[in-house]
Design a protein around this ligand. Structure first.
Ligand code: ZN
Ligand code: ZN
Ligand code: FE
Length: 743
């Protein structure tokens, strides 16, 4: 009996062929395995029926950790009389299939073992076919050593023997290296350079002495220090970042448990081969690490170098991406010097593509992605509908671009806020690189409806250059479409809650209730629109937003807080006048949920100035975490518009309660009224699915409260889990909508 098997998915560069070789040998099967250019892997096995059946079963069950098996196609045929099993040379030709370069993977347990003795003793860059950097080192496909930044390191004899031995774990491991032949590590300290293992130990001494060290990672540099008050304060002043939370790296889950609560599900994700940052509820306060928030972003070591550091470090480390304000993470050795760290731990291998750490947060029992980057990118997300080739370029903040191709969506790494020139340049490079890696040829481009986003301008540029149609997609429609596409549904009632999205009417939308299908939508309702005194300034100074909602009713409160206004009383006067007179009718209005949460945060004296995106709302969530509903407000909804001025007035009249309880009550009001409106509209239209998206959906209380109402009413409730719920996933929604409109 002979079986011809074709497997696609992520099966190249992940140790799949040696695995097949070992499996076939174990079962006494004969035949061959080979890489089919860009279309996966082809296998022929010959032997008795039972063994072949077992082979196919184990192929999926025992696959290497990095392999992602897509389709398995089996054809039976007549025996050809093979006398052994072999790994054959790759067929290079293109077959129009999809082969994906693998993502960067955290060091595996076997490699950690290998670092105990022999050629790789304490070698910082120990990797194998199951682990190590991939996406960040690949210049082009196929994924061979000469196409990566490992090309300048010639393998030593011992490494080469492993490389060509199909029974070795490092068979065809393109990152294979050892102390003798691989990249070397250095510490630059007080104008001196220390080389090799000593550099690592000196670095741990410096950290233990309270210094800040820049450490070269997988997708860029981190700035590191021991998470103690004095050091963290120094790091904050070095970066001019006074409030934004810093991520922590801990030795293991035990160390994580000393500072935070870790559920078994959170533990699983912390320890997964992706090793993202996971937001964990604080147990112990580490000063200045995450001011005013109830959680820390925590990750585990994910390279050999990180493991070495924790041999001599016994405290959590702050490990924050090294970047200047508004600029992307630094990946090049000459750039890092500008950061002003005490010393620099680096190695002599180039990072080709920058890639930030990914961030996961649990909403109830569901892990959701705040940032989808290292470890995920460029793995595809399955798209259940037929698709043309479309590029989605995202909005403005938290941008990641998306290439939609056949039944896959490829999202880029996290790019950032494209309002800044350097980040915009990064966007262009990342887009070009992904296009070339995937050998992608676009049929259309999709972008936001906002005329002035740089992503929109870029989209216009490529569309006209390449003569393909351009689709401008409303922001919240894209938000909802990305949930629908992820879950394979074509129609839903969508709750889109976020900070800002350009509306069809030119206003700033952000608390929307939409009836969506993939090619279009209808706005059924929204949070009440309010005037934003000073436009963007109202986002920076949430007290202005409060004035925009309450006008003169809040005058006394504002004057008592005049120091929170750069121009004091004069400014308050102007703001109140604007809110009151004609400008209130002409000026930009917003139905944003983010701005509403900001106003509540300002009213409860939680946050009067926004240092980073989402700060007032995030701090409100952290305060509400300790509260309960004391107001029990009934939603006031008229013609699809949720009265939110009512909420602010109720809060103002009940300031005698604890602010924790008021914060909770406010979130509850927003959640319950959104849920009620959604359920009412679902009933009217007979739609079964209610979905949620947008940055405010990361508020665990709001989202779980909506979910409870929706499920209780008998509807299904869906949220993104494979792409970010916020703007980091919006390019996917844009591409999906453009694809649908083209049909
Ligand atoms: Zn490994
Ligand atoms: Zn070697
Ligand atoms: Fe958004």
């Amino acid at each position: 009996m002979l079986a011809k098997i074709k497997v696609n998915g992520i099966v190249q560069g992940v140790g799949f062929r040696p695995f097949v070789y070992r499996l076939a040998s174990r079962l006494g099967l004969k035949g061959y395995v080979l890489n089919l250019g860009d279309a996966g892997v082809e296998i022929e096995v010959e032997g008795n029926d039972k063994d072949i059946e077992k082979f196919i079963f184990l192929l999926k069950k025992e696959k290497p950790p990095l392999a992602v098996i897509g389709e398995v196609n089996v054809e039976m045929g007549n025996e050809k009389g093979y006398n052994r099993f072999e790994i054959r040379k790759s067929k290079e030709e293109k077959r129009g299939g999809i082969s994906t370069p693998p993502p960067d993977i955290a060091i595996c347990n076997e490699c950690i073992e290998d670092m105990k003795a022999g050629r790789r003793k304490n070698y910082f860059f120990t990797t194998c076919t199951n682990c190590g950097p991939r996406f960040t080192i690949i210049r082009k496909l196929p994924y061979d050593r000469h196409n990566t930044t490992m090309d300048k390191f010639e393998m030593c004899k011992e490494c080469y023997e492993e490389y060509i031995n199909p029974l070795d774990r490092r068979y065809h491991a393109q990152t294979i290296a050892c102390n003798n032949c691989g990249p070397k590590i250095f510490l630059e300290y007080k104008g001196k350079i220390i080389k090799g293992e000593e550099a690592v130990w000196k670095c741990t001494d410096l950290l233990n002495d309270g210094n800040i060290v820049a450490i070269k990672g997988v997708g860029g540099y981190h700035l590191a220090c021991i998470a103690e008050e004095r050091n963290v304060k120094n790091l904050r002043s070095l970066l001019g970042r006074h409030q934004k939370p810093f991520a922590l790296m801990v030795r293991d889950v035990e160390m994580a448990k000393e500072i935070a609560y870790v559920s078994s599900e959170e533990k699983k994700i912390l320890e997964s081969y992706i090793k993202p940052i996971v937001l964990l509820e604080k147990k112990k306060e580490l000063p200045y690490v995450a001011p005013g928030l109830h959680n820390y972003g925590v990750m585990l070591p994910y390279t050999g170098l990180h493991y070495l550091l924790f041999k001599k470090i016994f405290h959590p480390l702050v490990m924050t991406s090294a970047n200047l304000p508004g600029k992307p993470i630094i990946k090049d050795d000459d750039e890092i010097k500008k950061m002003g760290a005490d010393s620099i731990l680096f190695y002599n291998r180039e990072i080709y593509t920058r890639c930030d750490d990914s961030i996961v947060k649990f909403i109830g029992d569901k892990p959701v992605l705040i940032r989808r980057s290292r470890g995920f990118v460029p793995s595809p997300i399955n798209f259940p509908f037929y698709a043309k080739n479309v590029i989605g370029l995202g909005a403005e903040e938290n941008v990641a671009i998306c290439l939609l191709k056949n039944k896959c969506a490829f999202l880029s790494q996290y790019i950032g806020n494209t309002r800044h020139y350097e980040t915009f340049e990064f966007l262009k490079n990342a887009t070009e690189h992904l296009i070339s890696l995937l050998d992608f040829k676009e049929d259309a481009i999709a972008c936001d409806l906002h005329p002035n986003f740089l992503t929109t301008k870029y989209a216009e540029e490529i569309a006209s250059e390449r003569n393909v149609p351009l689709y401008r997609v409303q922001h919240h429609h894209a938000h909802i479409a990305k949930v629908m596409a992820e879950h394979g549904i074509r129609e839903a009632i969508g709750i889109a809650i976020d900070g800002f999205g350009y509306g069809e009417d030119g206003n700033a939308w952000g608390g929307e209730l939409l009836h969506c299908w993939l090619s279009g939508y209808k706005r059924l309702g929204h949070l009440q629109s309010h005037f934003m005194p000073g436009g963007d300034l109202a986002a920076k100074y949430p007290l202005r937003m409060l004035a925009g909602i309450l006008g003169d009713e809040i005058a006394e409160f504002l004057y008592e807080r005049k120091h929170a206004f750069p121009y004091g009383e004069k400014e308050i006067e102007v703001v109140l006048k604007q809110a009151k007179n004609k400008q209130a009718k002409k000026g930009v209005k917003t139905s944003s949920c983010g701005r509403l949460l900001d106003a509540v945060s300002a009213l409860l004296d939680i946050c009067h100035f926004r240092n980073y995106e989402g700060e007032p709302a995030m701090k409100l969530e952290s305060v509400a975490k300790k509260g309960k509903d004391v107001l029990n407000l009934e939603p006031i909804i008229k013609d699809g518009i949720i009265d939110t001025k009512h909420l602010l007035i109720q809060l103002l009249e009940n300031m005698r309660y604890r602010k924790e309880d008021l914060a909770y009550s406010a979130e509850e009001y927003i959640a319950i009224s959104m849920a009620q409106l959604a359920i009412e509209k679902a009933e009217e239209s007979g739609i079964k699915h209610i979905v949620i998206a947008g940055g405010c959906a990361y508020n665990e209380h709001i989202t779980t409260a909506i979910e409870e109402e929706v499920r209780h009413a008998g509807y299904s409730f869906l949220i993104n889990q494979k792409v970010p719920s916020g703007d980091g996933g919006i390019s996917f929604g844009q591409a999906v909508i453009a694809n649908e409109k083209m049909r």
